[in-house]
Design a protein around this ligand. Sequence first.
Ligand code: NDP
Length: 493
Amino acid sequence: MNSEYRVLINGELCEAATKETMEVINPANGKVVGLAPKCTSLEIDRAAEAAWKAAPAWAEKAPTERAAIFFKMAELLRARRDEWAKLETMQYGGPIFKTYNFDMRFDAEHFEFMAGVGRAVTGKTLPVGPQAMSMTIRQPLGVVGLITPWNFPLVTAISKITPCLMMGNTAVVKPPSCAPLTVLKLGEIAVEAGIPPGVLNIVTGPGSTVGEALVKHPYIAKINFTGDSETGKRILALASAAVKPVACELGGKNAFIVLPDADMKATVEGAVWGGFFNSGQNCGASSRYLVHESVYDEFVEKFVAAAKLLRVGDPLNPETMIGPVAYKGHRDNIERFVARAKKSGAKLLLGGERPNTPETKDGYFVAPTIFGDCDPKSEIMQEEVFGPVAAATRFKTPEQAVEIANDSRFGLCASIWTKDIRQGLVMTKQLKVGTVWLNQHLSIVFECPWGGCKESGHSKENSIMVLDEYSMMKNVWIDLIGTPATPWQGKLG
Ligand code: NDP
């Protein structure tokens, strides 16, 4: 694998002007995977200008022309599936079973999905009476800044790039510094697929400098961000100075609600998947388990027994279910959460210590950890740990479960486990979140909109609705009677 990577600006793969680089570390063993350019605001200026100049011609292209390029991108991604899945695993630790089967498949299919739905964008006609015809049209915004996280490095970037470009915008992408390499590789195939110079630009460098320069740049019409809620607040504050819109998809502390009649086998499988897939580094992870008191002991016993069977280790081994977390500082942060939860009186039921096997000794691993008898108001039930750490508590009535679930500054998603679909739907309407699953957790597909409320953000990813995030609605009024219909009609000579 190439160890030196290049940013993409105006169709050219280049270094930072300073020639400085950032090391990307494999969290499974602490070794360097590659070097990414450590850019400055200089590269943001160049990229924003290139995107600005490329915008009018790209906006004028027929959707069919953009779609043809997207199909080529999908083809090139499929041809690199093995190599890129491995690179993704090595740069942030997601197990190869995930990066190969989920991420790389999603990446190619997302280009195809958007190539289709982007050709089905419509406007509306509005009832304004016989004297005129009025309609809405959707138009591109111009240049959009896309700031992406590390927990699904390429997937989150592609989820933003495809609707952005398909709607006729141009883009400057800022990937995460700890895991930028697959997004940089995307720059290479963008050139090969024929994305015109300036339409897609990718610039790496620290969020505090390069990210902020992107947010503040006058050529950037909108920011679309996924990441931490605190970073989201900082970006919103910066953008507000220019009344610049920001779409954000932020953290979550998502409830997994088990009712007394739940199918226990399916529920436990869903609980392990929801809590531990991708080492719990999902904004949609089920991190708060609210369990009816009549089935709490049974659920907790079976949940712990099942989580014990998760294979933790080398993420390049196809059998591995839990790899390392993304970087050392993140591992240390998770461990601090666990230490505080132990002191808070929560009952440690599983894990809570660093795994120590030959496969894990040099990496940043966290053992699957489960706390029981948690106080719903405690930190472990309220804050996003973003690691393989689950916290459970009891409830007495469905109303109380909803009250506990809604007692959160986040509002991303929740799941309800029951055979009583009527009861599940009543609760679904009461939950203050953007997605509710009944008898499932973490089913995120690009046909369905994804995004929350409260401090989880307010925008949507995926589905045809995401195209609204990347376009502005323009109203057009066409006079049909030949004279302007004003109160001064006939009085002006
Ligand atoms: P951040 O929110 O800090 O990073 C996400 C992206 O934002 C990165 O590209 C980052 O760049 C960039 N960024 C950081 N600061 C700024 C800034 N001031 N202006 C513009 N861009 C900026 O998340 P972290 O990677 O540090 O993760 C911390 C926590 O965030 C996690 O523990 C988790 O709780 C949460 N998180 C939530 C995600 C979600 O999907 N909801 C995804 C990822 C994280 P750089 O990498 O260079 O700092």
